[in-house]
Design a protein around this ligand. Sequence first.
Ligand code: C5P
Length: 227
Amino acid sequence: MNPAPVITVDGPSGVGKGTVCQWLATQLGWPLLDSGALYRLTALAALRRNLQLEDEVGVAQVAAGLDVVFAPGDTGELQVILDGEEVSSAIRSETAGNAASRVAALPMVRAALLQRQRNFRQPPGLIADGRDMGTVVFPDAELKLFLTADAGERAQRRYKQLIEKGLNASLESLVKEIAERDERDVQRTAAPLKAAEDAEVLDTTRLNIAEVCQWALTLARKRQLVR
Ligand code: C5P
């Protein structure tokens, strides 16, 4: 039996993958896998258990046993519940993002999350947002997209996004954190951030979000994933 179709969207922090993925998911009526949330949740759960983020065996156990529910809230936004507690905002902080990129470098942690991510592939299809969706998790995806943008532009986008959500942010520290996160994500040996050989790559530095969404939809149409 053919598995359900998948569109993978990979790229570095702050490139706008989340917005494009949400838009695509709505257009196609397909669910969305936010794989970064799983790494953020693993990091948060590990910190709450007072584990060192370098403790590979301990953190991998946390990842394997994550008690997490993604449930639509009153306003339609997806709520993330960890061990029965609402953590949607807590996992979005830059601290959680940085901790996530540290645990994401551990091969045992990645292995522990692999099947959980593949289980999201159900009819009618899946939009998968991450760093290694097209290279490791869904290497046979029907369409692979890879977004890039200058680091300065990505820091600006992340800044705007955090401020709009009413969260605290400093542009200066975002530039630094994004550079650190890029370095870790690209340099790690386990599933480093890179475009799959058969990915469609787009530099979005000078594009607005609507243009990026249209590019993705046009490719999805070409592959007959949407009418
Ligand atoms: O995408 P997001 O910023 O939520 O991801 C947080 C961190 O999780 C990333 O910096 C990256 O290190 C890690 N990650 C990963 N593989 C994925 C998704 C996220 O390594 N598929």
